[in-house]
Design a protein. Structure first.
Length: 143
C-alpha cells in the first residue's frame, strides 16, 4: 500500500516520462499546491510548450463514488485559456483498482476518452549490483 505522498511522486515520474514539466503539485518542497479545477482537487499540473496535463490519483473510495464520472468528464474536457487546446488527464490508480477505473473510463464518450491516460501506480525496481560486478562491468574493454 502506497502513501499519498508516494502516489504523487509516481504521478510526477509519469509526467517526466511523457515529457511534461511540473508546474504545481501536492506535497512539493519547492512548488505550490495546485489550485482546484472547478470544484475538484487535483494532485499535479504539468506543461510542455502550450500543452497542459492534469494529474489525479484515484483510490478505492474514489472508484466506488457514483459521482466520479462527472469529475472525470469535467477534468478531461478542460482547455487551456490562451490556445484553447485540450488538457490531458493523467489518472494514477493502484493495481487493485485498475480494472474498475478502466471500466469507468470505457463508459465515457469517445471524445473524452482520447484526453485520458490511465496508468498503474507501482514502484520501479532498481537493479542492484554488488561492488565486484560494478568493477568488472566498468573495466571491461571487450565483450
Amino acid at each position: 500500500m502506497l502513501s499519498e505522498r508516494e502516489k504523487v511522486e509516481l504521478l510526477i515520474e509519469k509526467f517526466w516520462e511523457l515529457g511534461y514539466l511540473t508546474v504545481s503539485r501536492k506535497y512539493g518542497k519547492y512548488l505550490k499546491d495546485p489550485q482546484p479545477i472547478g470544484k475538484y482537487e487535483v494532485e499535479a499540473i504539468g506543461k510542455i510548450g502550450s500543452k497542459y496535463i492534469i494529474g489525479i490519483v484515484l483510490n478505492e473510495k474514489d472508484v466506488q463514488n457514483p459521482n466520479i464520472l462527472s469529475k472525470l468528464r469535467f477534468l478531461a474536457t478542460r482547455k487551456s485559456r490562451i490556445t484553447n487546446k485540450n488538457a490531458v488527464l493523467l489518472i494514477g490508480v493502484e493495481n487493485s483498482n485498475y480494472l474498475k477505473a478502466l471500466n469507468l473510463i470505457n463508459s465515457l464518450e469517445e471524445t473524452i476518452k482520447r484526453n485520458i491516460i490511465l496508468f498503474e501506480l507501482k514502484k520501479t525496481e532498481e537493479k542492484t549490483l554488488n561492488k565486484k560486478d560494478k568493477l568488472f562491468n566498468s573495466n571491461r574493454l571487450f565483450f
